[in-house]
Design a protein around this ligand. Structure first.
Ligand code: F6R
Length: 615
């Protein structure tokens, strides 16, 4: 079955046919609203290219269209989730070239954006917006010599990254050209009309027949249908896919729940969060992190503050910073830190982690740290969020909108952000030499495929979930980075399965909690850290001796654990420093499958809200 697993950041909708394009596109964009966005726009070709776009909800765009309608039967539209440049009318898509004859919308990220912009600026190009998209409009226009398909092909040869690009020109009315490099694109086939979209829900009310554009392909759409080619040239035959999903299933890309969809998006989230920020040599470039090397060298302490899952990402961060940077690093619950009169002072760095960037406690702790002289860095998923606006530096996590209340892909992106930040600071401080940098860079580049591999073993996890579904209490243990992952695994389980669950360092067990471990009690051990492997194994033996049901998350080549655990959830061997990225995945899936067996509302667990904007 076709399932969409990309961490989509924006929505795309295009139309060619006999009907008025703008109302159809507006309707399609509304159907993509569930994914979150911060601005929207439409372009229609009718002799010239005409554009309407507005920051904010689609209602604003609709009002614009009411007072100033767009007439024409070929058009493209877009909902934007900001990545380059804040949400604003100017940064909203579509973007035109200076002649106004070419117009583009785009999803994803152009990694060599700065290089391209500098080059074009040096050649005299002026840009209206801060977006990477506008550059593509200029590039296509520059490459145009009478054939839009050839121009797009040549333009994308300059643009590195993971994206989907849609182009229309007033010079060749009646067709739209699009390219898929990772970011999804589908074609909806109607009767004398054709649709193009980032995903199926946008067009499901018009047709159930689709062509899925694959990575590395270019598609030319007109009213009679679509032709797909490889970007480099050469026709592709693609079978028509008939979809019988209802609208709700379509929003979830064919998955039963948003949570599961978001878990499966994680390989793409890693690719996008790393994209354009790290080269093979381990050189790091973080676009909105402004501190200089002198500051990085001066930092005497790192404070990490956050709540919930974001705090658990912070626990991984503490280990990374202490191990890589040898810098004292404290992790503080934001709701504690804000009232604790913390001993924060300059020259420290405070890393406030928040998916939403709007969590009231995290904002309060971050403000306090900044008042006390610490430099504030926001690690957040939402461009333009309050936290991002108040911080001195921002590292965006590029996970795309997260809909499930239980956070998964945003956590994953936070981990990746922390590795990048550690490399950035470590290079400046001279504690990360080229060899370590390359080792981490190499490991990070392998992670998407490794996480994909773990996801493919979902059935094993689903089976293991049966061992836990009827338990009263569950305990998670691990040491070091494994303990940090255990904390997050436990939170995931409790928030959606409503099972009582606790995580602790493996060594803490015998100081009290072991009294609760009796026959059949599930104990989940995360076991990836070579340096403390034997120590954690002693805890496994202790609980096993008391009849516990042991589930382990361990490397594929771990030949020891099999004899002690009732179930082993395997992950590919990674650098021990990077293991949380892979080892959290079976635990996310486990929480999901236990909750499913227990019949709970997985995406909207009781009593919980996606964003906690009150104290
Ligand atoms: C759990 C979860 C919460 C959030 C927490 C902080 O799955 O999502 O624990 O992590 O409320 O939210 P943000 O990251 O938006 O500050």
């Amino acid at each position: 079955m076709y399932q969409e697993v990309h961490a989509r950041m924006c929505g795309i909708m295009g139309y060619v046919g006999p009907r008025q394009a703008a109302p159809l596109i507006l309707d399609g964009l509304r159907r993509l609203e569930y994914r979150g966005y911060d601005s929207a726009g439409i372009a229609v070709a009718n002799g010239d290219i005409h554009v309407r776009k507005a920051e904010g909800k689609i209602g604003r765009l609709a009002s614009l269209l009411e007072t100033d309608p767009l007439h024409g039967t070929v058009g493209i539209g877009h909902t934007r989730w900001a990545t380059h440049g804040v949400p604003s009318d100017v940064n909203a898509h579509p973007h035109r070239d200076p002649s106004g004859r070419f117009v583009v919308v785009h999803n994803g990220i152009i990694e060599n954006f700065h290089e391209l912009r500098e080059r074009l600026s040096a050649e005299g190009h002026l840009f209206e917006s801060e977006t990477d998209t506008e550059i593509l409009a200029h590039l296509v226009a520059l490459e145009y010599d009478g054939d839009i398909v050839a121009a797009v092909r040549r333009a994308v040869a300059h643009a590195e990254g993971a994206y989907a690009l849609v182009v229309m020109t007033a010079n060749e009315p009646g067709r739209i050209v699009a390219v898929r490099r990772v970011s999804p694109l589908i074609v909806g086939l109607g009767d004398g009309e054709t649709f193009l979209a980032s995903d199926i829900p946008a067009v499901l009310q018009h047709t159930r027949d689709f062509l899925i554009v694959e990575d590395g392909e270019l598609v030319v759409v007109d009213a009679d249908g679509a032709t797909i080619e490889h970007i480099e040239g050469g026709r592709v035959d693609r079978a028509v896919m008939h979809v019988d999903w209802d609208a709700e299933q379509a929003e979830k890309g064919g998955y039963e729940h948003f949570m599961l969809k978001e878990i499966h998006e994680q390989p793409a989230v890693i690719t996008e969060t790393v994209g354009g920020r790290l080269d093979g040599e381990g050189e790091v470039w973080l676009e909105d992190v402004h501190f200089d090397d002198a500051f990085a060298r001066a930092i005497d302490r790192v404070w990490i503050t956050a709540c919930g899952t974001a705090l658990h990402a912070g626990l991984v961060g503490r280990e990374i910073f202490q191990r890589i940077l040898r810098l004292p690093t404290a992790v503080e619950y934001a709701h504690e830190m804000r009232y604790a009169d913390p001993l924060v002072s300059a020259p420290s760095l405070t890393v406030a982690i928040s998916q939403s960037g709007e969590t009231a406690d995290t904002l309060a702790a971050a403000r306090l740290a900044r008042q006390k002289g610490s430099r504030l860095l926001a690690l957040t998923n939402v461009v333009g969020s309050t936290l991002s606006r108040e911080a001195d530096d921002v590292l965006y996590t590029r996970a795309g909108p997260e809909i499930s209340v239980a956070s998964t892909k945003a956590y994953m992106a936070m981990l990746i952000g922390e590795y990048l930040l550690a490399l950035r600071i470590g290079r400046a401080r001279g504690v990360v030499d080229e060899a370590l940098s390359q080792r981490v860079a190499h490991g990070l580049h392998l992670l998407p495929a490794q996480v994909e591999h773990v996801l493919q073993a979902e059935n094993d996890v689903a089976k293991a979930a049966h061992r836990i579904a009827d338990a009263q209490d569950v305990y998670f243990i691990g040491r070091g980075l494994d303990y940090a992952v255990a904390m997050e695994g436990s939170l995931k389980l409790k928030e959606i399965s409503y099972l009582h669950s606790e995580a602790m360092p493996a060594g803490e067990l015998k100081h009290g909690t072991l009294a609760l471990v009796t026959a059949g009690v599930p104990v989940i051990v995360v076991l990836t850290q070579g340096a403390v492997y034997d120590k954690t194994m002693s805890a496994v033996q202790e609980v096993k001796a008391r009849g516990a049901t042991v589930l382990a998350v361990a490397y594929e080549d771990d030949a020891t654990i099999g004899a002690f655990a009732d179930e082993v959830l395997r992950i590919p061997r990674t650098d021990d420093l990077l293991s949380p990225v892979a080892s959290i995945v079976p635990l996310q899936l486990l929480a999901y499958h236990v909750a499913r067996l227990r019949g709970h509302d997985i995406d909207q667990p009781r009593n919980l809200a996606k964003s906690v904007t009150v104290e």
